[in-house]
Each structure stands twice: as structure tokens, then as C-alpha cells.
Design a protein around this ligand. Structure first.
Ligand code: MRU
Length: 353
């Protein structure tokens, strides 16, 4: 089937105490796989965006905690707990915005509260939980794909931002998963991918994934979005999310808010696609931490070419917040939430999938 490639890419893997991942910072130039038994190395991989995308970060952190436990040789439950808590504390400090990171770490720490006869049994329980989180992410993406594909019509041109595909998850993808599912159902769709400055996840990763599967894609620079919308070249906008508040405020890759404003201006449906593990049940928009990254990401093209005066001051927020009134619907594995989100998201979260 056409969408199988998205399932074949398993960007993060577990192999008897070793975590392996495809270094997406090297794509599309080369497919480099990395591996480690070290929590510090894994944390740096998340910080430097060898692993990125909210669900992928969550899965990597869960496997990182399992890895710390597996390799600890702890002789008591107390010693194992200390190792796990240290790993969790380091991984929590990697990236502040993606809620899936904290969700996955808390789920792993929940295992520590369970009874175990000794450290070996606890290690097994932690590894099982991490593998379950990874498996569930793929299942969730496929379910979201099917649900979201119902909203896509034959002939649609879908604009998407950043990369929300197999490379941003345990496999298949969120917004790109919906595109994959619609395509595999035989809908003749086309994709417009924004390049997504400064780190070019759209140009490097989304295009790479779509080209591999033969899904028609055209690449634009971020500043072309308004023009293509004004020319009736976009039927729907589909984006992912790093954190969704129950109010319906969505933190996602910088530029998402701009696309939502433009979509409203041109009366184009604007959908967010994300698993319920991205929904932060607490907090208000003011409490959301928006990660600020190195100025050099803006001063250069991927660190390779300086494009400005080296000493220029830079502002480099990695995410922005789209308010609920600009969002047509939030597609999750439990169904599509519609405004008012405070009611619909709570209802969905309480539901079994
Ligand atoms: O900085 P990144 O590349 O980790 O940002 C990724 C995004 O903003 C994605 O849209 C989001 O994490 C959803 S990925 C399925």
C-alpha cells in the first residue's frame, strides 16, 4: 500500500538496552543512525534535534528511562529508583514546550510506584511500559489518520507546516499521517509544504517523506503562504502540535499562528492533528514555556552559511501559540474536537479510544 513507507520508518528503536535513532538533523543528505546506552547522549540528541517532533521526543524519553534502568545493575529497588529519577530529571530539561515529553516521563515514573519483588522485575516493567508507549504512538497515529482522512476530499490541496510525519513520531505521523491515510484511500490530493525556517523541517523532512511515497508535494518558503492562499491554491491547512491546552490554545512550530491568521482571512479550514498525549490538562496560555533556541540558527543556514552580520541581535522562539478561535477542529485518536474546546477536549480526554 502507498502509505506503508510511513510505517517502515521507525525513527527510534530499542535493542536490549540500546536506543537507536535516525539522526534527522542529517536528512535529507544522508541516513545516519546513532545509538547509545547513555542518558546524557540521548538528552543531547533531543536538545540538538537529532530527534525532534513532540511524540518522538516523548517516545525517546521513555526509552531513555528504560535504558537507564536496564543498564544500571542496581542491587536494590532503592538504587534503581534513584537511577530512574536522575534520568527523568535530565530528560525533562531537554526541551520545554513539547507536552509529550513530560507526559511520557510521568507515565514512566508512575511505574516506580508499583510493587516489584526486586530490581530485575522493576526493570522489566519499565522496559515494557516504554515499549508500550512507543507501540501506542504508532497505533494512535494510524487511528488519527483514519479519522482525519474523512475530512479530506478528493482533489484537496493541503498546506502543512514543519514535519509531522513518521520522523516526528514513533512512525506514520500526525498531520502527515492524515495526508498519508487520505492518499492511501485513493484520494487525489496534493501537498504544499512550507520550508519552516530556521531549521527547515518542512523542506528537509516533510518533502523527503512525501517524495519517498510518491505523494505530490510542492515546496514554498514560509513567506509565500499568504500569496498561495489568496490564489485559491489551498483547500485545507493541517498542522501538528507540541502542546494543546484544554482551552484549545495550541503551541506549535513558529509560523503556525501566522498560517492560522491567513487561513481565517481566506476562509480556509485550519485543523490541528495531535494525539491526546499532547494535551496538557493544566495551565493557562500564559504559563506555556516557549523554547528560545540559539541565535546562530537564524544567523546562518543550518550552521553552514552566515546570512547576516555575525554580531546582529536575534530573537529565535521555536514555537508560537495559536488561539482557539482560529482553529476549525482538533483531530485526535479519540475523535475531532470542535469549539468550544474547553468542553470538547475534556469530553474527548475522558473517553476510551
Ligand atoms: O522543533 P521541532 O522540530 O521539534 O518542532 C516540531 C513541531 O512543531 C511539530 O509540528 C510538532 O512537534 C508535532 S510533530 C508530530
Amino acid at each position: 500500500m502507498a502509505h506503508e513507507y510511513g510505517l517502515k520508518i521507525k525513527p527510534i528503536q530499542w535493542d536490549n538496552g540500546v536506543v537507536r535513532w535516525i539522526d534527522v538533523s542529517r536528512l535529507p543528505w544522508e541516513e545516519v543512525w546513532r545509538e547509545t546506552r547513555s542518558v546524557e547522549r540521548l538528552a543531547r540528541a533531543i536538545e540538538s534535534m537529532e530527534i525532534r517532533g513532540a511524540p518522538a521526543i516523548g517516545v525517546a524519553a521513555a526509552l531513555g528511562i528504560a535504558m537507564a534502568a536496564y543498564n544500571s545493575n542496581a542491587s536494590s529497588l532503592e538504587e534503581l529508583r534513584r537511577t530512574v529519577l536522575n534520568a527523568a530529571e535530565r530528560l525533562r530539561r531537554t526541551r520545554p514546550t513539547a507536552y509529550n515529553l513530560f507526559w511520557a516521563i510521568d507515565r514512566m515514573l508512575g511505574i516506580l510506584g508499583r510493587d516489584a519483588a526486586g530490581p530485575e522485575e522493576m526493570v522489566d516493567m519499565l522496559v515494557e511500559e516504554a515499549l508500550r508507549i512507543m507501540r501506542e504512538d504508532i497505533e494512535t497515529n494510524m487511528r488519527m489518520g483514519r479519522i482525519g482522512a474523512e475530512l479530506i476530499e478528493d482533489g484537496d490541496i493541503v498546506l502543512t507546516h514543519c514535519n509531522t510525519g513518521a520522523l516526528a513520531t514513533a512512525g506514520y505521523g500526525t498531520a502527515l499521517g492524515v495526508i498519508r491515510a487520505a492518499w492511501s484511500e485513493g484520494k487525489h490530493i496534493q501537498v504544499i509544504a512550507t520550508e519552516t525556517r530556521p531549521l527547515l523541517q518542512g523542506a528537509r523532512l516533510t518533502v523527503w517523506e512525501l517524495v519517498k511515497e510518491g505523494i505530490p508535494v510542492r515546496l514554498i518558503t514560509d513567506s509565500m503562504a499568504g500569496y498561495v492562499m489568496s490564489k485559491n491554491m489551498v483547500s485545507k491547512v493541517l498542522v501538528g502540535a507540541d502542546r494543546i491546552l484544554v482551552t484549545g490554545h495550541v503551541a506549535n512550530k513558529i509560523g503556525t499562528y501566522m498560517l492560522a491568521v491567513l487561513a481565517e482571512r481566506h476562509r480556509i479550514p485550519f485543523y490541528v492533528v495531535a494525539p491526546t498525549s499532547t494535551i496538557d490538562p493544566s495551565g493557562d496560555p500564559g504559563s506555556m514555556v516557549i523554547e528560545e533556541r540559539s541565535p546562530d540558527e537564524v544567523r546562518t543556514i543550518l550552521g553552514r552559511m552566515l546570512i547576516t552580520v555575525p554580531e546582529v541581535e536575534v530573537y529565535n522562539p521555536a514555537f508560537d501559540i495559536t488561539p482557539p478561535e482560529l482553529i476549525t477542529g482538533i483531530i485526535t485518536e479519540k475523535g475531532v474536537a470542535k469549539p468550544p474546546y474547553t468542553e470538547s477536549l475534556r469530553r474527548l480526554m475522558g473517553k476510551d479510544s
